[in-house]
Design a protein around this ligand. Structure first.
Ligand code: NDP
Ligand code: 8X3
Length: 264
C-alpha cells in the first residue's frame, strides 16, 4: 500500500465491471494521497462511482471523472492536456476499456462490429499508450511508470463466434510483448492481465443489451467477479519497482479454456 501512495492512476473503462472495481481497489489499498482518473464514455456513471469511492475511503483519495472515448483518436490525443494540472503527472495507466459485439461467424460478421472492436480494443489501447508514454519517459533512468493492459484468454485461445474479439486480444498481446522489449532499458513496467470468464456487463454488450442471452452465458457457472481481477491488477502495481508481473492468466475454478467450462 505504501508503494502506491502518492500515485496518479488512470483507468479507462472505469464506468463498469473490471475498470470500476480496479479504481475502487486502488482507493481501498492506498487511501492516502492517491489520485484516480476514471475515464469512460458514460460520465454520469463515473460521477456516481467517484462519489461511492469518496464515501468508502474519504477525502485522502482524489477522484476525477473524465469523459473519454478511447476509439476517438482526437479525444485521446487531447486527453492529458485537458486534465487539471494536478492530475496530469500519471504514474499508472490501466488500459481496460474494451468490448465484444456479437457471436457471428464469417462471412456474416457486421463490419461495424469489426470496426468498433478494433478501434476500441486495439487502436484505442495503442493510442492511449502513446499518449501516456511521453509522461513516463521524462522520468529518470529512461522512464518510470506502469502500463497495465487487459488482454483475455480469448487472445491466447481463439474460439468460434469470437474471431474478431479474439483477434483484437491477440493484437493486444503482441503489442504488449513488443512494447516491453522496446522499453527494456527503462524502469517502465509493461504488465498484461488476461482474465478468463468474469461476470460484468461484457455479455450484455456482446448481445446488444439482451440480458437474458447474457445471463445464459453464466448459467450453471461460477464466473470470476470483477473484484477478483482488480485485486490482481492492484497487486501487480504494488510490487517493488524491480518486479514486473509481466503476464497472468486468471480462471475461475471450473474453467480451463474458453470452451472448457464445467457447468453444474
Ligand atoms: P464491461 O462491459 O462491464 O466494462 C467495459 C468498460 O469499457 C465500460 O466501462 C465501458 O464504458 C468501457 N468502454 C467501452 N468502450 C469504450 C470506449 N470507446 N471508450 C472508453 N471506454 C469504453 O466489461 P468488462 O469489465 O468485462 O471489460 C473490461 C475489459 O476486460 C475489456 O477489455 C474486456 O475485453 C476484458 N475482459 C473481460 C472478460 C470478461 O469475461 N468479462 C474476460 C477477459 C477480458 P462506457 O460504456 O461508459 O464507455
Ligand atoms: C472474455 C473472455 O472467453 O468470454 O474476454 O471471450 S471470453
Amino acid at each position: 500500500a505504501k508503494r502506491l501512495e502518492g500515485k496518479t492512476i488512470l483507468v479507462t473503462g472505469a464506468s463498469s465491471g473490471i475498470g470500476r472495481s480496479t479504481a475502487k481497489e486502488f482507493a481501498r489499498t492506498a487511501p492516502k494521497n492517491l489520485k484516480i482518473i476514471l475515464a469512460a464514455r458514460r460520465v454520469d456513471t463515473l460521477k456516481e462511482i467517484a462519489q461511492e469511492i469518496k464515501e468508502e475511503v474519504g477525502d485522502g483519495v482524489k477522484v476525477l471523472p473524465a469523459k473519454l472515448d478511447v476509439s476517438n483518436p482526437e479525444e485521446v490525443k487531447n486527453f492529458v492536456s485537458s486534465l487539471p494540472a494536478e492530475f496530469q503527472d500519471i504514474d499508472i495507466l490501466v488500459n481496460n476499456a474494451g468490448l465484444v459485439k456479437g457471436v457471428a461467424q464469417a462471412p456474416n460478421i457486421d463490419p461495424q462490429d469489426v470496426d468498433v472492436m478494433f478501434s476500441t480494443n486495439v487502436t484505442g489501447l495503442i493510442n492511449m499508450t502513446q499518449a501516456i508514454l511521453p509522461i513516463f519517459k521524462k522520468r529518470s533512468e529512461g522512464g518510470r511508470g506502469d502500463i497495465i493492459n487487459i488482454g483475455s484468454i480469448a487472445g491466447r485461445e481463439p474460439y468460434p463466434g469470437g474471431s474478431i474479439y479474439c483477434a483484437t486480444k491477440a493484437a493486444v498481446r503482441s503489442f504488449t510483448d513488443a512494447l516491453r522489449k522496446e522499453l527494456i532499458a527503462t524502469r517502465i513496467r509493461i504488465i498484461e492481465i488476461d482474465p478468463g470468464q468474469v461476470e460484468t456487463e461484457f455479455s450484455v454488450v456482446r448481445f446488444y443489451g439482451d440480458k437474458s442471452k447474457a445471463d445464459a452465458v453464466y448459467a450453471g457457472c461460477e464466473p470470476l467477479t470483477p473484484d477478483d481481477i482488480a485485486e490482481v491488477i492492484v497487486f501487480a502495481a504494488g510490487r517493488r519497482e524491480n518486479v514486473v508481473i509481466a503476464d497472468t492468466l486468471i480462471f475461475p475454478s471450473h474453467q480451463a479454456s474458453p470452451g472448457a467450462m464445467h457447468r453444474k
